[in-house]
Design a protein around this ligand. Structure first.
Ligand SMILES: Nc1ncnc2c1ncn2[C@@H]1O[C@H](COP(=O)(O)OP(=O)(O)O)[C@@H](O)[C@H]1O
Ligand SMILES: [Mg+2]
Length: 262
Protein backbone atom coordinates (compact mmCIF):
# COMPACT_ATOMS: atom_id res chain seq x y z
CA UNK A 1 0.00 0.00 0.00
CA UNK A 2 2.79 2.44 0.97
CA UNK A 3 6.43 2.04 -0.03
CA UNK A 4 8.89 4.72 1.06
CA UNK A 5 12.37 4.32 -0.43
CA UNK A 6 15.47 6.25 0.53
CA UNK A 7 13.49 9.42 1.25
CA UNK A 8 15.64 12.50 1.69
CA UNK A 9 14.39 15.97 2.52
CA UNK A 10 16.30 19.13 3.26
CA UNK A 11 15.18 22.69 3.69
CA UNK A 12 16.97 25.35 1.68
CA UNK A 13 17.10 27.42 4.84
CA UNK A 14 19.34 24.70 6.34
CA UNK A 15 21.07 23.02 3.41
CA UNK A 16 23.83 21.48 5.56
CA UNK A 17 21.40 19.09 7.24
CA UNK A 18 18.94 16.54 5.90
CA UNK A 19 15.74 16.67 8.00
CA UNK A 20 14.98 13.22 6.60
CA UNK A 21 18.11 11.35 5.67
CA UNK A 22 17.49 8.19 3.68
CA UNK A 23 14.31 6.76 5.20
CA UNK A 24 12.85 3.51 3.85
CA UNK A 25 9.85 1.58 5.13
CA UNK A 26 6.74 -0.09 3.85
CA UNK A 27 3.20 -0.45 5.10
CA UNK A 28 0.83 -3.28 4.37
CA UNK A 29 -2.85 -2.83 3.75
CA UNK A 30 -4.75 -2.53 7.02
CA UNK A 31 -1.80 -2.34 9.38
CA UNK A 32 -0.93 0.27 12.01
CA UNK A 33 2.71 1.28 11.89
CA UNK A 34 4.16 3.43 14.65
CA UNK A 35 6.81 6.01 13.81
CA UNK A 36 8.50 7.05 17.02
CA UNK A 37 11.40 9.32 17.87
CA UNK A 38 12.26 12.42 19.83
CA UNK A 39 11.24 15.89 18.76
CA UNK A 40 13.15 17.02 15.66
CA UNK A 41 13.96 13.50 14.45
CA UNK A 42 12.11 14.02 11.16
CA UNK A 43 8.75 12.34 11.78
CA UNK A 44 6.52 15.22 10.69
CA UNK A 45 8.64 16.02 7.65
CA UNK A 46 8.30 12.35 6.63
CA UNK A 47 4.52 12.58 7.06
CA UNK A 48 4.35 15.82 5.09
CA UNK A 49 6.35 14.27 2.27
CA UNK A 50 3.95 11.31 2.14
CA UNK A 51 0.90 13.56 2.10
CA UNK A 52 2.36 15.86 -0.54
CA UNK A 53 2.25 18.81 1.86
CA UNK A 54 5.94 19.73 1.84
CA UNK A 55 6.49 23.29 0.60
CA UNK A 56 7.99 22.75 -2.87
CA UNK A 57 10.02 25.91 -3.11
CA UNK A 58 11.54 25.53 0.33
CA UNK A 59 12.66 21.93 0.11
CA UNK A 60 14.75 19.55 -1.92
CA UNK A 61 13.57 15.97 -1.97
CA UNK A 62 14.94 12.68 -3.25
CA UNK A 63 13.87 9.05 -3.17
CA UNK A 64 10.43 7.63 -3.76
CA UNK A 65 7.06 7.38 -2.03
CA UNK A 66 4.68 4.98 -3.72
CA UNK A 67 1.07 5.02 -2.54
CA UNK A 68 -0.70 2.13 -4.21
CA UNK A 69 1.86 2.34 -6.98
CA UNK A 70 1.54 6.10 -7.51
CA UNK A 71 4.53 8.34 -6.93
CA UNK A 72 3.64 10.91 -4.26
CA UNK A 73 7.00 12.66 -4.15
CA UNK A 74 6.88 15.62 -6.50
CA UNK A 75 3.46 14.63 -7.76
CA UNK A 76 1.91 17.70 -9.36
CA UNK A 77 -0.48 19.86 -7.38
CA UNK A 78 -3.54 18.54 -9.18
CA UNK A 79 -2.56 14.93 -8.48
CA UNK A 80 -1.97 15.68 -4.78
CA UNK A 81 -5.35 17.40 -4.57
CA UNK A 82 -7.01 14.31 -5.99
CA UNK A 83 -5.33 12.07 -3.44
CA UNK A 84 -5.55 14.32 -0.35
CA UNK A 85 -8.63 13.57 1.72
CA UNK A 86 -9.70 10.75 -0.54
CA UNK A 87 -7.00 8.09 -0.63
CA UNK A 88 -5.07 9.64 2.22
CA UNK A 89 -5.96 11.89 5.16
CA UNK A 90 -3.92 13.55 7.85
CA UNK A 91 -4.69 14.28 11.50
CA UNK A 92 -2.35 16.71 13.25
CA UNK A 93 -1.52 17.41 16.87
CA UNK A 94 -3.23 20.78 17.10
CA UNK A 95 -6.82 20.66 15.86
CA UNK A 96 -7.18 24.40 16.39
CA UNK A 97 -4.56 25.16 13.75
CA UNK A 98 -6.29 22.95 11.17
CA UNK A 99 -9.82 24.21 11.82
CA UNK A 100 -11.27 27.50 10.63
CA UNK A 101 -12.38 29.38 13.77
CA UNK A 102 -15.19 31.25 12.02
CA UNK A 103 -16.71 28.23 10.31
CA UNK A 104 -19.16 25.80 11.89
CA UNK A 105 -17.94 22.27 12.56
CA UNK A 106 -20.25 20.46 10.12
CA UNK A 107 -19.10 22.10 6.89
CA UNK A 108 -15.48 21.55 7.97
CA UNK A 109 -16.07 17.84 8.48
CA UNK A 110 -17.63 17.74 5.00
CA UNK A 111 -14.80 19.55 3.24
CA UNK A 112 -13.22 16.58 1.47
CA UNK A 113 -16.65 15.43 0.27
CA UNK A 114 -17.15 18.80 -1.39
CA UNK A 115 -13.86 18.34 -3.22
CA UNK A 116 -14.01 14.65 -4.06
CA UNK A 117 -17.64 13.67 -4.48
CA UNK A 118 -20.73 14.88 -6.25
CA UNK A 119 -22.84 14.47 -3.15
CA UNK A 120 -25.48 17.13 -2.61
CA UNK A 121 -25.73 19.10 0.64
CA UNK A 122 -28.11 16.62 2.27
CA UNK A 123 -25.94 13.63 1.41
CA UNK A 124 -22.85 15.40 2.67
CA UNK A 125 -24.56 16.28 5.93
CA UNK A 126 -25.64 12.67 6.40
CA UNK A 127 -22.10 11.41 5.69
CA UNK A 128 -20.61 13.99 8.07
CA UNK A 129 -23.01 13.05 10.87
CA UNK A 130 -22.21 9.40 10.36
CA UNK A 131 -18.44 10.08 10.45
CA UNK A 132 -18.92 12.14 13.60
CA UNK A 133 -20.84 9.29 15.17
CA UNK A 134 -18.06 6.94 14.17
CA UNK A 135 -15.58 9.32 15.81
CA UNK A 136 -17.76 8.92 18.92
CA UNK A 137 -18.88 12.51 19.18
CA UNK A 138 -22.00 12.59 21.27
CA UNK A 139 -24.96 14.48 19.77
CA UNK A 140 -23.47 14.93 16.29
CA UNK A 141 -26.41 17.11 15.18
CA UNK A 142 -25.62 19.59 17.93
CA UNK A 143 -21.85 19.49 17.39
CA UNK A 144 -22.45 20.01 13.65
CA UNK A 145 -23.74 23.52 14.35
CA UNK A 146 -21.01 24.53 16.79
CA UNK A 147 -17.91 26.64 16.24
CA UNK A 148 -14.45 25.25 17.15
CA UNK A 149 -14.04 27.46 20.23
CA UNK A 150 -17.18 25.93 21.74
CA UNK A 151 -15.62 22.45 21.93
CA UNK A 152 -13.02 20.87 24.22
CA UNK A 153 -9.62 19.72 22.95
CA UNK A 154 -10.67 16.07 22.98
CA UNK A 155 -13.87 16.83 21.04
CA UNK A 156 -11.93 18.88 18.51
CA UNK A 157 -9.57 15.98 17.92
CA UNK A 158 -12.59 13.74 17.34
CA UNK A 159 -13.87 16.34 14.87
CA UNK A 160 -10.51 16.19 13.05
CA UNK A 161 -10.74 12.41 12.95
CA UNK A 162 -14.30 12.60 11.63
CA UNK A 163 -13.13 15.01 8.90
CA UNK A 164 -10.26 12.65 8.08
CA UNK A 165 -12.41 9.53 7.76
CA UNK A 166 -15.52 11.04 6.16
CA UNK A 167 -14.39 10.13 2.67
CA UNK A 168 -13.11 6.73 3.82
CA UNK A 169 -9.42 7.07 2.97
CA UNK A 170 -7.26 3.98 2.73
CA UNK A 171 -4.39 5.59 4.58
CA UNK A 172 -4.58 7.79 7.66
CA UNK A 173 -1.51 9.72 8.79
CA UNK A 174 -1.88 10.61 12.46
CA UNK A 175 0.90 12.99 13.52
CA UNK A 176 1.00 13.16 17.33
CA UNK A 177 -2.80 13.26 17.47
CA UNK A 178 -2.93 12.73 21.23
CA UNK A 179 0.09 14.71 22.41
CA UNK A 180 -1.87 17.83 23.37
CA UNK A 181 -4.51 15.85 25.27
CA UNK A 182 -4.65 14.65 28.86
CA UNK A 183 -4.04 10.97 29.53
CA UNK A 184 -7.69 9.80 29.78
CA UNK A 185 -8.67 11.48 26.51
CA UNK A 186 -5.44 10.24 24.95
CA UNK A 187 -6.41 6.63 25.73
CA UNK A 188 -9.89 7.18 24.26
CA UNK A 189 -8.46 8.56 21.03
CA UNK A 190 -6.09 5.57 20.75
CA UNK A 191 -9.04 3.23 21.21
CA UNK A 192 -10.93 5.16 18.56
CA UNK A 193 -8.09 4.82 16.04
CA UNK A 194 -7.91 1.10 16.82
CA UNK A 195 -11.64 0.78 16.19
CA UNK A 196 -11.43 2.63 12.86
CA UNK A 197 -8.59 0.35 11.81
CA UNK A 198 -10.49 -2.75 12.85
CA UNK A 199 -13.88 -1.83 11.43
CA UNK A 200 -12.91 0.07 8.29
CA UNK A 201 -9.58 -1.60 7.57
CA UNK A 202 -7.97 1.84 7.42
CA UNK A 203 -4.18 1.66 7.26
CA UNK A 204 -2.71 4.01 9.87
CA UNK A 205 0.71 5.61 10.20
CA UNK A 206 0.75 6.68 13.83
CA UNK A 207 3.44 9.19 14.74
CA UNK A 208 4.46 9.92 18.31
CA UNK A 209 7.49 10.87 20.40
CA UNK A 210 6.14 8.49 23.05
CA UNK A 211 7.12 4.85 22.55
CA UNK A 212 4.77 3.75 25.29
CA UNK A 213 1.78 5.24 23.44
CA UNK A 214 2.92 3.74 20.15
CA UNK A 215 3.25 0.32 21.74
CA UNK A 216 -0.40 0.33 22.83
CA UNK A 217 -1.65 0.89 19.32
CA UNK A 218 0.80 -0.47 16.78
CA UNK A 219 1.83 -3.95 15.82
CA UNK A 220 4.99 -2.71 14.11
CA UNK A 221 7.22 0.16 15.12
CA UNK A 222 9.94 2.15 13.35
CA UNK A 223 12.25 4.24 15.51
CA UNK A 224 13.57 7.50 14.02
CA UNK A 225 16.62 9.37 15.15
CA UNK A 226 18.25 12.34 13.42
CA UNK A 227 16.44 11.80 10.16
CA UNK A 228 17.10 8.07 9.96
CA UNK A 229 15.22 4.94 10.93
CA UNK A 230 17.53 3.27 13.42
CA UNK A 231 15.38 0.28 14.29
CA UNK A 232 12.25 -1.43 13.04
CA UNK A 233 10.33 -4.45 14.26
CA UNK A 234 7.25 -5.70 16.05
CA UNK A 235 6.19 -3.50 18.95
CA UNK A 236 7.05 -6.29 21.38
CA UNK A 237 10.51 -6.92 19.96
CA UNK A 238 11.44 -3.25 19.84
CA UNK A 239 10.16 -2.69 23.35
CA UNK A 240 11.57 -5.77 25.07
CA UNK A 241 14.66 -6.42 22.97
CA UNK A 242 15.80 -3.08 21.59
CA UNK A 243 18.92 -3.49 19.46
CA UNK A 244 19.78 0.12 18.89
CA UNK A 245 21.36 2.29 21.59
CA UNK A 246 19.00 5.16 20.84
CA UNK A 247 15.93 2.91 21.21
CA UNK A 248 17.33 1.67 24.51
CA UNK A 249 17.57 5.25 25.70
CA UNK A 250 13.98 5.96 24.62
CA UNK A 251 12.80 2.99 26.64
CA UNK A 252 14.89 3.89 29.65
CA UNK A 253 13.20 7.30 29.61
CA UNK A 254 9.72 5.79 30.07
CA UNK A 255 8.68 5.98 33.75
CA UNK A 256 8.65 2.48 35.32
CA UNK A 257 4.98 2.63 36.30
CA UNK A 258 4.11 3.13 32.59
CA UNK A 259 6.15 0.16 31.47
CA UNK A 260 3.69 -2.40 32.81
CA UNK A 261 1.73 -4.13 30.12
CA UNK A 262 -1.51 -2.62 28.83
N1 LIG B 1 9.97 24.61 7.77
C1 LIG B 1 11.18 24.17 8.17
N2 LIG B 1 12.30 24.84 7.85
C2 LIG B 1 13.52 24.40 8.24
N3 LIG B 1 13.73 23.29 8.93
C3 LIG B 1 12.66 22.58 9.29
C4 LIG B 1 11.32 22.96 8.93
N4 LIG B 1 10.45 22.04 9.42
C5 LIG B 1 11.21 21.11 10.06
N5 LIG B 1 12.53 21.43 9.98
C6 LIG B 1 13.64 20.66 10.55
O1 LIG B 1 13.53 19.31 10.15
C7 LIG B 1 13.91 18.45 11.22
C8 LIG B 1 12.81 17.45 11.47
O2 LIG B 1 11.67 18.11 11.93
P1 LIG B 1 10.29 17.37 12.22
O3 LIG B 1 10.02 16.40 11.13
O4 LIG B 1 9.28 18.41 12.45
O5 LIG B 1 10.61 16.57 13.57
P2 LIG B 1 9.60 15.73 14.47
O6 LIG B 1 8.26 15.75 13.83
O7 LIG B 1 10.20 14.38 14.56
O8 LIG B 1 9.60 16.42 15.80
C9 LIG B 1 14.19 19.34 12.42
O9 LIG B 1 15.58 19.49 12.54
C10 LIG B 1 13.53 20.63 12.06
O10 LIG B 1 14.24 21.71 12.61
MG1 LIG C 1 6.44 16.47 14.61
Amino acid sequence: MLEVKDLRVRFWSRPEKYAVDGVSFHMDDGEILGLVGESGSGKSVTAMAISGLLPRRKTETAGSILLDGREMLNADREEVRKIQGKDLSVVFQEPMTSLDPVMRIGPQVEESLRIHTRMNALERRAAALSAMEEAELRDPEIVYEKYPHELSGGMLQRVMIAAAIVSEPKLLLADEPTTALDVTIQTQILELLKKINREKGTTILFISHNLNVVRKLCSRVAVMHKGKIVEEGTAEAVFYHPQDAYTQRLIAAIPTRDKRLR
